[in-house]
Design a protein around this ligand. Structure first.
Ligand code: CU
Length: 159
């Protein structure tokens, strides 16, 4: 890193690109990449996003998630209701064999409710995912700026 210290622009580019490429986690046939969350305040709620790839030949499902940082963690989707996008809890997220499922703003996400500490930019938060076949895995979710890729208008965190 020191070698790049004088090249301010390059360093900034590297840092900005880091969260997306920071970590690849494998659990059984499931590969998890690009785990990130937006910054959020203590007592509020946040959302975590990640990419799940089922490299196996059998279907799997993400059944639930948990985190010591949140009082409760739910799997959510976004559904259009007239002009407004609303969040809906999902009992599970299907992971078809050979396919990639992307949790992203405006779509599927892992909802962190009742944060017991602020999610601060640059920090990371542990998140445990429970898969039907692959089992449990804990990974670190990189916290990005609160304004990082905008979530769809109308995404309400009021629960
Ligand atoms: Cu949500």
């Amino acid at each position: 890193m020191l070698r790049f210290a004088r090249r301010g622009l390059c360093l900034a580019t590297l840092v900005a690109a880091l969260p997306a490429a920071a970590q690849e986690v494998r659990q059984g046939e499931i590969t998890i990449t690009q785990a990130w969350s937006r910054a959020a305040i203590r007592g509020g709620s946040g959302a975590a996003f990640l990419t799940l790839k089922n490299t196996g030949a059998a279907p799997d499902r993400l059944l639930s998630a948990s985190s010591p940082a949140a009082g409760r963690v739910e799997l959510h989707s976004m559904v259009r209701d007239g002009d407004v996008m609303r969040m809906r809890e999902q009992p599970a997220i299907a992971l078809p064999p050979g396919q990639e499922v992307v949790l992203r703003p405006g779509g599927l996400h892992v909802m962190l409710l009742g944060l017991n500490a602020a999610l601060e930019q640059g920090a990371s938060v542990p998140l445990t995912l429970r898969f039907e076949r692959a089992g449990d895995v804990t990974l670190q979710v990189a916290v990005q700026a609160a304004g990082a890729p905008a979530m769809s208008r109308g995404h309400s965190h009021a629960h």
